[in-house]
Design a protein around this ligand. Structure first.
Ligand code: P53
Length: 490
């Protein structure tokens, strides 16, 4: 018998910009993702914001801003995969019906800030945007599915990105809080579960992996200052949310990973711990303990970082602690000070290759034990309810007789569900599991459609061709059984 609670929330996750399309419909403003072109494993798309001016393109992903003075621009001869994505904007009813048919109890999506405040600075929200999400949430409720809503998922308004230089300006805090408060008031009877920032730690975690890999003290200064503003914004939103509806459960969202020492050399153990502190615990403590960790000073000193912290910031962080710890989990990492041969490849796969693990076509390791370890460690540290809000295998699917035989995906998910079950057996208070890209969508890391995660196949390719027809894969029927048996039938 599996150990999941009776009311365990099984479901799936997506983000607005990766599924909706309709990028200029319903009064929507442009977001930073709308000027991002596609890439591939060899050429990840974080290199490709398109800008007005002779330099054309610049590192995009995870930086919500453009270089000082630069303006984003959409070019006719470029392909922007998020402009149509899988057109969830017009297909949401059909898609929700399929989620309900699988037995989903929860569906995680995000709200596109630019549907609500097209430039981020309007006084009044855009009614058409509010109405669209109301229709989506009502449709979910009608189908017995609880919405889990990310307020900000890599889709900041372009206008704010141009103006406020990647959250360097404190004005971003109030603009974010105004946006979040608008959502809380509007949907207070429809949405109970909220996440403030998707993968908030990505600014630190991926710093070494974007651009040319050289990170200056100025880059660190920027990343830590951005995070400080986001921590304050998140905390203020939590405080405001609880006033609007005390039943709200508001969570953080961390890109979760574990870091193994590559050899028994104690130096490697230290290096792995330091990586964990930088990439995971710094942000997790700030939001789940409501304070900067003891090792923060070491991290700042290492790069001469001087945080601008204003009166009241630390108090509000304490007051606005999150109610639950939520995270994505795809892979683990290995850290070593030694030369151990093969380096892990692939966008965002850091460090050395772990000989005990298998790697996906995109170079991501499969490590279910790492998920169990992560859950047990983090629950022990924070002691608040947890949710796995992203997990899954990005793979190339082959369409055969109108379906996809994706046993590799089933195998990946089965192992991770078993790992969660163990953690629950060991006392972790786990409330939900939402697999990533439960319906095929545009990859965040590469902009590809061919990196698929879904239970539902969507007929669309990397060039934007296809009928957008939806088809259940083998994993669809498998997940249906998993949910119906509350994790017993794997
Ligand atoms: P894609 C890297 C590492 C871990 C999580 O990623 C990541 C990324 C970004 O590539 O992002 C999350 O689409 C993110 C989702 C994203 C998903 O993981 O690159 O929250 O938006 O789609 C999977 O395969």
């Amino acid at each position: 018998m599996a150990h999941f609670r009776k009311d365990f929330l099984w479901g799936g996750a997506v983000a607005a910009n990766q599924v909706e399309g309709g990028y200029n419909e319903g009064g929507k403003g442009l977001s930073v993702t709308d000027i991002t072109t596609a890439g591939s494993l060899e050429s990840p798309r974080y290199l490709t914001y398109t800008l007005d001016g002779k330099d054309g393109k610049v590192a995009g992903m995870f930086a919500s801003s453009l270089p000082k003075g630069a303006k984003g621009k959409i070019f006719d001869n470029e392909y922007y995969p998020n402009h149509v994505a899988i057109d969830f904007y017009h297909h949401y009813k059909e898609d929700i019906k399929m989620f309900a048919d699988m037995g989903f109890k929860v569906f995680r999506t995000s709200i596109a800030w630019t549907r609500i405040f097209p430039t981020g600075e309007e006084d009044k929200p855009n009614q058409e945007g509010l109405d669209f999400y109301r229709r989506v949430f009502e449709e979910l409720k009608k189908n017995g599915i609880e919405p889990l809503v990310t307020i900000s998922h890599y889709e900041d308004p372009l206008a704010l990105g141009e103006k406020y230089n990647d959250w360097q300006d404190r004005k971003m805090i109030d603009l974010y809080v105004k946006y979040a408060t608008t959502l809380f008031k509007e949907y207070k009877d429809l949405v109970k579960y909220w996440l403030t920032f998707n993968e908030i730690n990505s600014s630190l975690m991926f710093l070494k992996l974007v651009g040319d890999g050289k990170v200056s003290d100025a880059d660190y200064q920027k990343a830590y200052q951005k995070l400080h503003h986001q921590f304050v914004a998140s905390a203020k939103a939590v405080v405001a949310g609880h006033k609007i509806n005390p039943d709200f459960m508001i969570g953080n969202m961390i890109a979760g990973s574990v870091y193994y020492p590559g050899t028994p050399d104690p130096k490697d153990a230290l290096a792995a711990r330091y990586e964990e502190e930088l990439s995971q615990l710094y942000c997790a403590d700030a939001q789940a303990k409501g304070e900067y960790p003891s090792f923060a000073k070491r991290l700042w000193d290492e790069h001469n970082v001087h945080l601008k912290i204003e009166d009241g910031d630390l108090e509000v962080m304490k007051e606005g602690k999150v109610d639950m710890y939520t995270f994505s989990y795809y892979m683990s990492n290995m850290v070593t000070t030694h030369d151990v041969g093969e380096k892990a490849k692939g966008n965002f796969a850091a460090g050395a290759k772990n000989p005990y693990l298998e790697y996906s076509e995109w170079g991501w390791s499969t490590d279910p034990d790492g998920l169990q370890l992560y859950l047990e460690k983090m629950y022990d540290r924070y002691g608040i309810p947890m949710m796995v809000v992203e997990n899954g295998l990005g793979a190339v699917d082959k369409l055969e007789d109108g379906t996809v035989h994706d046993d590799y995906r089933i195998d990946y998910l089965r192992k991770h569900i078993k790992a969660m079950d163990k953690a629950v057996e060991h006392g972790v208070d786990l409330r939900a599991y939402t697999t990533w890209g439960c319906i095929d969508c545009v990859s965040a890391g590469t902009g590809q459609m061919s990196k698929r995660y879904g239970f539902i196949y969507v007929d669309r390719d990397d060039k934007g061709e296809g009928t957008l027809k939806r088809l259940p894969k083998d994993s669809y029927y498998w997940y249906q059984k998993v949910i119906a048996s509350n994790g017993d039938e794997l």
